[in-house]
Design a protein around this ligand. Sequence first.
Ligand code: F6P
Length: 349
Amino acid sequence: MEQRKPRIGIMTSGGDCPGLNAAIRACAKTAIWSGYEVIGIHNGWEGLLEHDDEVLSVVRTSGIIDRGGTILGTSRVSPLRIENGVQRVKDRFNVLKLEALVVLGGNGGLSLAYKMFKQGIPLVGIPKTIDNDVTQTDFSIGFQTAVQIATDALDRLRSTAESHHRVMVLEVMGRDAGWIATYSGLANGADEILIPEVPVTEQRLESMCEKLISRRNRGIVFSIIVAAEGAKLLGQNITQEKPAGEDSPAPRLGGVGQQLGEIIEQRTGIETRVSTLGYIQRGGTPVSYDRTLATAFGVKATNLIKNKKFGEMTALKGVRIVGVPLEKVSDGIKTVDLRAYAVASKFFA
Ligand code: F6P
């Protein structure tokens, strides 16, 4: 009689990002080729609670490396916020006869994964978030694509800003970290980059406006400003937070770009337009960097499971892919390296 194959599950949790499918493909195929059966859990932890899953085959995971979103669906549902949730997850885990889970998550998703690991679910994590704010890894899946999309948007804004002699403000995502703003602003040569890590004082706002006028007087007819959604305008008595969504405990951010645009136009008299990039930076085709990082993380996650290194997360350290304890990941977020920000600031002239 043929022996039953060991089984692993894979799920995507939290906000989606480009590169998730590349990681699912890599993880599933390497696991299948190593003798595992792979179960795709639908919509994050909800799939275990609601018994919503599928067997992932080589065929099902072929041709998806370049596809945005996640073929498994995602959610921010937490078994810890549902009555008897942890037990229901454990029951389903046992019914499916899973040996371990691979959880793709951002900060929230990975700290939830760590809590579930402590509750007795063997699992490994893979960092994915356009925000790039997961600690212990240089980059997370999705970040480079978001930066490319934001850079393209800024390049396009520059050409129209030049035609109309305007100031253009672009608000990008990133929650409480300004990675997307810093990298895309650097790549575009933006004239100002506002990030949550460096709150904007009244003095900075004033000197920014003076600079915009001085650029105009020197014959530079356009200016580009990138504002991270979490940037803070001190003393403006502005609230940028909106109530949390149904499945998410974190308040939604947004609106700082619009507020900044109004202040600039009022103080400088220069016509100013504001764009909010929004979910465009989270959708669509992943750039090649995210596909390769996702593939490397997917392969590593399978290896961690084979070696029973549960409670670890795949991470990029320099050019090496390593496993790091999820425990270390779950405290705090990785904010922008202020040396990188200082490089960008050198061009604010
Ligand atoms: O964490 C990724 C992210 O896109 C943030 O940059 C943004 O603030 C948030 O998710 C938006 O979340 P939601 O999908 O719940 O609107």
